[in-house]
Design a protein around this ligand. Structure first.
Ligand code: AMP
Ligand code: MG
Length: 517
């Protein structure tokens, strides 16, 4: 591997202040090793928004002195980078899966940015000691999906790991068919998962477990240190941030697809985009992962699954809980009591956050008796008709609350018109309590800020992937630009804008997304 030095003038602008604090956790946590070179790489896409977050100059990808194409393909290093693959374990589909780890990812290092310290990680960068049966690679198709969804979620304001770029190569990779390799550069304050905690708990490495918990507290959640029991506070912070994240998923119709405990971030970030999907028609039982035969990770099960996962995390943290008081059974009781008390706030936090987001989606101000039922009635109607989730709320923003308004565009979305009319009458009555038609314009603005116009629907991703597979990356870049501002109405909508925000074509239903990536 060639290590390319930065020219001194470039070095001043380059992200060279490497902090690499994860490395200080010690050998139990990772294996230091270089990425496997990606032959003859080319750029597929870059995210200007992510680059801005990192404080990179606009032309960072093209600067010869930075050599970013080679560095972010695993073929060279910036000074200060110390690549490693970390080890974790986890529960997959509810079953203990034992050791997993970064099987195709390399943490390059941690840099200082205007947004605080950020880790740079390559995904698809070759074999590691944790690759198990895998080949260490990721294909272009899945890399585009991960890249675009990371940035789309950020555009929606949902906590997520970010993606700086994709590089591609002609290197063949075998999946169901032969595809080609790509690498996504992911960015996050930390890639630590529930599964990291489970790993050390399972092996009885309580010192390492404690080091890990202290590390997360000191570097990411310093407020926990002030609590009477900092480890219980850490667990509770994970519970509440996860609850907020899941409430946001449910509010936009995001289905993760593989909520294994190794795919759960300790910081409550959406992580590991595989067979995810955004709902087109509102089907609460939607299963986006074709390999999830039992529907364990169906859309409406996500809130409960997250709670289950938090219990797995709580179980792993037991050795740290209960303040070390008492011994034997007494300590075990105190520890489980502390663990349960720490994860319990998940429920109320989720309920409150989700209720608030729903009320905002409906444009309701203040809480009134009957609101929940009003919301629930429409949600049931949507479910029974599988109404398009995104378009429905966008049109609901336009709801005209004058008595004689017919709201045709909205009404036309329903087959059961009498059911809609009955609901609309109640909605109009409810809106009357907050200004009625006088509030319509302001309500429309409020609702458009929380109900996106465009989403990364499967068929849009698929269109970009098809072109990219043929060597045309323009649609990836175009969609990315649109998804950075998912709530904005274009001033003069083109046919393309209308297509982005329109109903999915019939063929969208036949897109099958599996774990194969
Ligand atoms: P996932 O379900 O994609 O989150 O992956 C579960 C585990 O399998 C993680 O430890 C991954 O690193 C590993 N893995 C997935 N795909 C590959 C691959 N192609 N090569 C090596 N490891 C992989
Ligand atoms: Mg994973």
């Amino acid at each position: 591997m060639s290590v390319v030095d930065l020219a001194p003038e470039a070095a001043a602008q380059a992200p060279v202040a490497f902090l690499n604090r994860f490395h200080k956790l010690g050998d139990d946590f990772f294996t230091q090793l270089a990425a496997q070179p990606l032959p003859d790489p080319h750029w597929v896409a870059t995210s200007p928004a992510c680059a801005r977050l990192l404080g990179l100059p606009p032309d960072w990808a093209q600067r010869a002195s930075l050599n970013a194409l080679e560095v972010l393909s695993g073929n060279a290093l910036w000074p200060g980078m110390r690549p490693l693959a970390s080890v974790y374990s986890g529960h997959q589909f509810g079953v203990w899966a034992g050791q997993l780890g970064d099987g195709r990812a390399h943490l390059l290092g941690e840099i200082a940015t205007p947004a605080g310290p950020m880790e740079l990680q390559l995904k698809g960068s070759g074999l590691t000691p944790y690759s198990r049966m895998g080949d260490g690679r990721a294909v272009l198709r899945s890399s585009i999906r991960e890249f675009m969804c990371s940035e789309a979620m950020a555009g929606l304001g949902i906590p997520t790991t970010r993606a700086l770029c994709i590089t591609g190569s002609a290197l063949p990779v075998r999946r169901e068919t032969m595809e080609t390799a790509a690498i996504v550069t992911r960015v996050a304050p930390s890639f630590i998962r529930f599964g990291h905690f489970e790993h050390f708990a399972h092996h009885g490495q309580h010192d390492a477990l404690k080091r890990l918990a202290d590390f997360v507290i000191d570097h990411h959640l310093p407020a926990c240190r002030e609590a009477a029991d900092p480890y219980a506070a850490l667990l509770q912070a994970a519970a509440t941030s996860t609850a907020e994240m899941i409430a946001q998923w449910q509010a936009v119709g995001f289905c993760h697809g593989v909520m294994n405990t190794d795919n759960m971030s300790i910081l409550g970030l959406t992580i590991d985009y595989g067979p995810f999907g955004f709902l087109d028609g509102f089907d609460p039982h939607h299963i986006c992962n074709h390999s999830d035969h039992q529907g364990r990770y169906a859309f409406d099960r996500q809130p409960a699954v997250a709670f289950w996962n938090l219990h797995a995390l709580a179980q792993a943290m037991l050795p740290l809980l209960g303040n070390g008081n008492g011994n034997g059974n007494e300590h075990a009781d105190a520890a489980s009591e502390a663990a349960l008390a720490a994860v319990e706030p998940y429920r109320t936090t989720f309920e409150r956050a989700f209720r608030q987001r729903l009320a905002a989606k409906f444009g309701l101000r203040g809480e009134r008796v009957g609101d929940l039922e009003l919301i629930d009635t429409l949600m049931r109607l949507l479910a029974s008709e599988q109404t398009d989730f995104t378009i429905l709320f966008r049109r609901l923003a336009d709801f005209d609350s004058r008595a004689d308004a017919d709201n045709a565009a909205l009404r036309d979305m329903f087959r059961d018109r009498p059911a809609f009319d009955a609901w609309a009458a109640r909605y109009r009555e409810r809106l009357a309590h907050q200004g009625g038609e006088d509030d319509d314009a302001a309500r429309r603005v409020r609702m458009r800020r929380v109900n996106p116009r465009v989403m990364l629907r499967n068929h849009l991703a698929e269109g970009a992937i098809r072109l990219a597979t043929a060597g045309d990356f323009s649609e990836v870049a175009r969609l990315l630009r649109v998804l950075e501002h998912p709530f904005d109405d274009p001033a003069h909508p083109t046919a393309q804008d209308d297509a982005d925000a329109g109903f999915p074509p019939d063929w969208a239903q036949s897109i099958e997304v599996s774990c194969s990536s």
